[in-house]
Design a protein around this ligand. Sequence first.
Ligand code: BGC
Length: 380
Amino acid sequence: MRTDNRRDLILFLLALILAGSGQNTKEQKEMWQSTFGNVGGKKVFLFTLKNSSGMETVITNFGGIIVSLKVPDRHGVIDDVTLGFDSLQSYVDKHPYFGALVGRYANRINKGTFSLNGKTHQLSVNNGGNSLHGGVSGFDKAVWDVIENECIPGRKLVLFYLSKDGEEGYPGNLSVKVTFTISDSNALDIFYSASTDQTTVLNLTSHPYFNLSGAGSGDILGHELIINADRFTPLNEYNVPTGEIIRVENTPFDFRNPKAIGERIAQNDPQLVYGKGYDHNWALNKKEKEFSFAARVTEQRTGRILEIWTTEPGIQFYSGNFLDGRFIGKGMRTYNHRTGFCLETQHFPDSPNQPAFPSTVLEPGKQFESQTRFLFSNTK
Ligand code: BGC
């Protein structure tokens, strides 16, 4: 073959390879990112994170919502284990925080008010006179920016939100970054970081509702739960902590050994009456800020196990008491009473008004950091 011909052939082959890889890149991009819609003129996308062990999760930059999370059961059967909707509009409409990032303050602040450095702040109230999950329009209703150069398509999604000074009554411009990472060990890690230009309070969480036998497949009362906590924070009749941190011994709040969620839920215990079931914060057994085991849930029929690890001092276990069939979820499935549970890693509710609770104050110049892991496995 003459040199010229050979060179042409090489160039032709190179062009073919490049065209092929271009195709792949486009396909890969489409697999990673697709359009979900628009909110307030801002584009909203769906991002797919996938590992090599059969786990896949779809997350949107609207509210940082985990739209779906698919994991294998004991026999390798894949199911979506989180409650949610098919359409963006259903997430825009009022709903009980399905899958959402929650901020600026997860859970309740008594009467939506607190004092910082001698100044009283009034938050917007949205829950029987209290402020719940950040107020009327919390982080769950924000369109987050995607930090594209920090994402790893298919593996890592990095979201950013600037919560402006005075938003929902909170002081300080707060910059929040949340990173979702999937790993081959069937873990979804959520890293939170934040900084502020004025002293403020902050409590961030992610609010997926799980049903390990598959979203919309029945109630979660038979799921077995362990919570690594000797103590919990009891509520008053308005679902706000009394300020005490009491022992779980001899109460239906003792989950130190595995117990079915439904085993004691109907007991005539004043705390279960206030919460309409479980809707409480447990004070985790841990050293300050250590990344440690918080909870484990096992569903015996499918063999699915969810383990939760966190740097946070508390976890809110909510047994889906307010689900009542009003919400029609993914695949037209109805979410009836207690068909999903939440385990929200957090600082304790109403900490800004409770000096004995770990502090949620963030000062300018300090970096807020937090990590939570949802780790899936199976019984043998
Ligand atoms: C709260 C519940 C609330 C649910 C949905 C949980 O974190 O503790 O009281 O109903 O979120 O908003």
